[in-house]
Design a protein around this ligand. Structure first.
Ligand SMILES: C[S@@+](CC[C@H](N)C(=O)[O-])C[C@H]1O[C@@H](n2cnc3c(N)ncnc32)[C@H](O)[C@@H]1O
Length: 447
């Protein structure tokens, strides 16, 4: 008969996982401990068992790791929004760089050089969030998930959200508790632009007049745009009497740009680090005057427009028709329509994506293929289609921005096979205090 394992155990932490969990072994099986660092002896309380693995909360007892710091957040480690508040920031950067290095080693791709890890923010950086809502008895919870569970964390504030968004948590909880049917609110999304915040209220049932009045008051008191979402994103509507749903905007001062976006559209969550990322990408591309650059997975034009501002002709491709429409608006608002050619394309469809790049290139500069690509795909990476995009000999360089070291490494190997050298690589810390790794790599073809 299998030996029953007590819920409380004293264990020693051997390593820190890529997810920011302390790794220990218990009865020859892995135990993952939150709030635990290598070398420490911790009291582990098992919270979850799944597939032969166990997940535990940790209370450090002895041999504290020299890189342990007091968490700035009272909700750590229970709230799963972050996993590294207990680790010194310089070590967080090292952890992320080591993660990326291991992935590149796995596929045997060596970079000529590494950028110093870039991390210019610590707290209060997060301009977008999707939060769960739960009614527990008399109380309403609005927050991220709890770690190792599907419960919503009890938060009154959040240190990684911008102060303006964090300040909305408590009023939101109070407002939802006062609604005619609090349980009708399923989720809240928040977004902050340079001059306005918006919240998307996902509701499962019709809101009464008195409910709507309460939302109107919150909008007025906190100077926030409240957008109702009765179903999918195509159902978004303003509060009665509030005109239409307004886009937010962010500036990229260095390039004299202002970009609009709707609260539900993809934008990089950390404005400061986004500017750094754009600076790195444009720096790698160098002098692009009158050159043809394709921006794949271009979203609302976050990289396309700075590159167009620097004098390039840009083909921007992206699956979301709504994002492409916004990229076109952004090109117009910034006087860059002549230099930009945005089109909807499913880049995970081989033939379609190859055609889209060539056709886009022809439209922008008669009959030419791009000399440079910017690739910023979802977590799954560019995948096998990448090989089709990089065969043309006109293509000299690729700037690859990634939110997943594993798919980045797989794509780096594909590029190596296609004759590209990884000239430089580095991490950009978009999500401090979390284990999220954002990477930028510059690939060049020598002959
Ligand atoms: C990481 S975001 C990058 C957006 C943009 N580069 C930026 O910095 O804001 C990835 C983008 O890929 C788009 N996308 C997802 N699947 C796609 C597909 N099959 N084909 C083309 N674009 C896709 C998403 O809509 C999203 O805008």
């Amino acid at each position: 008969m299998a030996k029953k394992i007590p819920v409380e155990q004293e264990v020693e932490i051997a390593a820190l996982s890529e997810e920011g969990l302390g790794a220990a072994t218990l009865n020859e099986r892995p135990l993952w401990v939150r709030n635990a660092l290598p070398g420490e002896r911790v009291q582990a309380r098992i919270l979850k068992r799944r597939g032969g693995q166990r997940f535990a909360d940790g209370q450090p007892l002895a041999d504290l790791n020299p890189n342990r710091v007091a968490s700035a957040c009272a909700y750590f480690p229970r709230c799963a929004g972050c996993s590294l508040h207990h680790l010194a920031y310089s070590e967080q950067l090292q952890l992320k760089q080591a993660h990326l290095a291991r992935e590149l080693q796995r596929v045997d791709v060596a970079a000529d050089g590494w950028r110093e890890p870039t991390g210019l923010t610590r707290l209060g950086y997060r301009r977008k969030a999707r939060l769960g809502v739960r009614v527990v008895g008399e109380q309403v919870l609005v927050g991220f998930r709890e770690s190792f569970s599907n419960r919503v964390a009890r938060l009154d504030a959040c240190m990684t959200l911008t102060p303006k968004l964090s300040a909305l948590l408590q009023p939101l909880k109070e407002l939802i508790a006062n609604l005619s049917q609090p349980r009708t609110i399923a989720q809240i999304e928040m977004a902050e632009g340079d001059s306005e915040c918006a919240i998307l209220v996902r509701h499962l049932d019709v809101l009464t007049d008195s409910d709507l009045e309460q939302w109107q008051q919150l909008a007025a008191v906190f100077d926030v745009q409240v957008i109702l979402q009765p179903a999918g994103y195509d159902s978004l509507q303003p509060l009665p009497g509030q005109g239409s749903v307004r886009p937010l905007s962010y500036g990229i001062a260095e390039h004299g740009l202002s970009l609009q976006f709707y609260a539900h559209q993809f934008t990089q969550v950390n404005t400061v680090m986004n500017r750094e990322l754009i600076r790195a990408a444009t720096g790698y591309l160098g002098d692009v005057r009158d050159r043809l650059v394709a921006d794949l997975f271009c979203g609302i034009g976050n990289f396309s427009l700075p590159v167009a501002r620097q004098g390039a002709h840009v083909v921007g491709l992206e699956a979301s028709a709504e994002a492409i429409a916004m990229a076109q608006v952004n090109a117009r608002r910034n006087g860059l329509t002549e230099r930009c050619n945005f089109a909807v394309a499913d880049l995970y469809q081989a033939g379609a994506s190859n055609d889209a790049i060539s056709v886009g290139g022809q439209a922008a500069r008669s009959g030419r293929y791009p000399e440079a690509l910017i690739i910023d795909p979802p977590r799954s990476g560019a995948g096998i289609n990448l090989e089709g995009w990089v065969g043309n000999s006109s293509l000299r360089q690729i700037v690859y921005v990634s939110c997943n070291p594993r798919s980045f490494a797989d794509d780096a190997l594909r590029l190596k096979h296609a004759g590209f050298r990884l000239r430089e690589v580095g991490i950009y810390d978009m999500f401090p205090q979390t284990a999220h790794v954002e990477t930028i790599g510059h690939f060049v073809r020598d002959q």
